[in-house]
Structure formats: C-alpha cells, structure tokens
Design a protein around this ligand. Structure first.
Ligand code: SF4
Length: 367
C-alpha cells in the first residue's frame, strides 16, 4: 500500500485501486478527494459494498445534483456575523479554524468548500476571537472546519491561549474525524495546546461504522481522554453504509466500551451530489425505532435533522417533525416556528459499482 498522499483520481489509479474515467475526473474537478493510509487500511478490497470505501472513495453519482440540494445545506452563512464564526445558538459559536481535512467524506457539503484556502489568516482569526470576547452570552466555542485537529499545534495554541483569558467561555469543543482517520495527528503537542485553554474540553468524534474504531484510533481516543477530554460521538445515517439497526448498535456498543457518549445521529444533509447517500425520513425513523428497541436501557444518540436555512436541529419524531398531506414534512424549530422540509430521498439515482482506491493524505496547516 502506498504511503504517500493520494488525493486525485490519477493517484488512486496509479495505486491500482481505481479505474479512471471522465466522470471520476469530473467529480475530482468539482469536489476534493483524499483519504489517509489509516482509512485505506480499513477498506475490504474483496467487498464491493464495503461501508468504509463508500464513505471515502469518489463516486460518479456525485455528479448528480438534485433540485433540493444546496451549497450551504444547514445555513451557516445566514448566521455568520464575522468571517470564521457561525453564531446560530445564543450560548455557543462555531469557529471554523481550518478548511482542510485529512479525508474528504463523500457525503459532506464541506468537501466542496474545504481545502480552498487552508485556514483563517491571523487577522481574521483575531477578529473572530474578538467577537467571542465581546459576546458574554457565549459559553462554548466549537472548533470546526474542515477538521480542526488538522491545524498545527501552534495554531491551536493561539486559539486556546486567547480563550483562556475569556472568562465567560467555559467549554471548548472540537468536532473531528482525525482520531479515527488520521490518529497520528493526535500528538502530545496538540493535546498540550488544547489544554492551554484551561476550559472543559469536549471532543465530538465523527464516526459512522464500528470498523472505524481500529486499535490505533482507540489509542488516539485514550490519549484524548488522558488529556482530560470528554468524548462524544456523532454519526451520520448513510444509505448503504450504516442504514440498519444492527451496525448502528454495534457501533454504539463499541463507542460506549471506549467511554464515548453517544450524542447525535444525523439525517444526511441536502449537500450537493449526495442523493445516493440519503434515505427517506420515514425509513430513518423506522431504523431508529428498531435501534431504540435493541438498546433498551443503553445509551442512544438523538436522531436529528439539521434544517436548511440555518434554523438548527430538530429531533426526527413527532411533534417536532410531522408529515404534511402533500407528502412534504413540517418541522417545528426550537422557537416553535414551522418550516416546510422537502425530501428527495426517493428520487431514482443511478447505481454503479464503487471504484476502490487506497491512499495517503497527511495534512497539517501552519499559518
Ligand atoms: S468536515 Fe468532517 S465530515 Fe466533512 S469532509 Fe471533513 S472530515 Fe469529512
């Protein structure tokens, strides 16, 4: 297996793991492609339906954009008072520290926007932190991106040290796939940088399948826990990846065994070129109900839909989400305001055998 970065169709083809085609070249021209050796090592080459491969390898179906899909499917832009900050909920903000990821997940809207500019420049970052300092209602800063653990220790320390002198911020949360996808990046230097914030540290791990919890990933999680971090999990319910109660139950058991608290199960966003990952809300509900039956008295994440337009998350159950007579859905946000949600999950999409590739993409951002 190659140990060099593979983040193009040519790289993947050169490794003998993908048949190049004009359609795949069109995918890479539109969306970033990358996977780490760690993720590549998890792919079962003999399995054409491998759930790890489906999450990370480019697929010609990404060229299909449905009418319902959006460039900004969860409405971040509508809540961005200054560059780098998303202030959707009163007491917490997202700080988009970097725009790169060690892997580019094929179902993620950020695969289109990430990777273009690397990271916030020093001046923009300073202004974003000034915004946090000026808003005393902000109790939690959530580092996101891109993947914030792809940032250099130096850059993480800049953020942490500034937060350490903002008394109204009590909690620093990091949304990341790095411990699973690039565990070597969970270094002593990065952990020390995060601890410099002197805040309650929460790591929200994005993990979709039990097979992602490899021995090296578990070791990275233990390093985070030993640094005082509380670990939560976030999972996206993805068609042909984990869309059944049994794999989700196995994932949750494995997470709980590692001391990770199940937090959210996300319905897939209306990201461009991701219809082949979306299942219907009705099917998602029935999987979640079966999962709840399997997990009686065991921790269960909350199944949620992130509303387009920036209206936040709603639980996928009545009375928060109900079917309307015309087949669309009516979602009631946290303010009690009703929104129409049109799904396209039943739209026919072309199905094709996945192209498997193995690669390496290590990334650090030093600005
Ligand atoms: S932001 Fe997270 S989910 Fe999206 S491509 Fe990067 S690692 Fe994957």
């Amino acid at each position: 297996m190659s140990d060099r970065p593979l983040h193009s169709v040519d790289d993947l083809a050169a490794a003998g793991l993908l048949s190049p085609s004009e359609r795949l070249r069109a995918v890479e021209a539109r969306y970033r492609v990358a996977l780490t050796p760690q993720i590549a090592s998890l792919i079962d080459r003999a399995d054409p339906d491998d759930p790890i491969a489906r999450q990370f390898l480019p697929d010609a179906r990404e060229l299909v954009t449905t009418a319902a899909e959006l460039a900004d499917p969860i409405g971040d832009e509508a809540h961005s008072p200054v560059p780098g900050i998303v202030h959707r909920y009163r007491d917490r903000v997202l700080l988009k520290l970097v725009s790169v990821c060690p892997v580019y997940c094929r179902f993620c809207f950020r695969r289109e926007t990430v990777g273009k500019s690397g990271a916030l420049d020093a001046e923009t970052l300073a202004r974003a932190l000034d915004y946090v300092a000026a808003h005393e209602e902000i109790a939690e800063v959530i580092l996101t991106g891109g993947d914030p653990l792809a940032a250099s220790p130096r850059r993480l320390r800049v953020v942490a040290e500034r937060l350490s002198v903002i008394p109204h911020v009590g909690r620093l949360r990091v949304h990341t796939r790095v411990p699973l996808a690039a565990p070597d990046l969970v270094t002593k230097e990065r952990l020390e940088a995060l601890r410099a914030a002197e805040k309650t540290l929460v790591i929200a791990l994005h993990v979709n399948h039990a097979r992602e919890l490899s021995p090296v990933a578990k070791a990275a999680m233990v390093r985070l826990q030993n640094a005082g971090a509380r670990l939560l999990s976030q999972t996206v319910l993805l068609k042909d990846v984990n869309d059944d109660a049994a794999p989700l139950d196995a994932l949750l058991d494995a997470l709980v065994a590692q001391g990770v608290e199940p937090y959210y199960l996300h319905h897939p966003d209306l990201a461009k070129g991701t219809a082949h990952f979306r299942l219907s809300l009705a099917r998602g509900r029935s999987i979640y109900e079966a999962l709840a039956r399997l997990r009686q008295a065991k921790p269960l994440p909350l199944y949620v839909l992130d509303l387009p337009g920036g209206f936040g998350k709603v639980p996928i159950e009545a009375p928060h989400l109900v079917r309307a007579g015309d087949g669309s859905w009516r979602a009631r946000d946290r303010f009690g305001i009703e929104h129409r949600y049109e799904e396209d999950a039943e739209a026919p999409v072309e199905r094709q055998a996945p192209n498997y590739a193995f690669g390496f993409y290590g990334v650090e951002v030093e600005i």
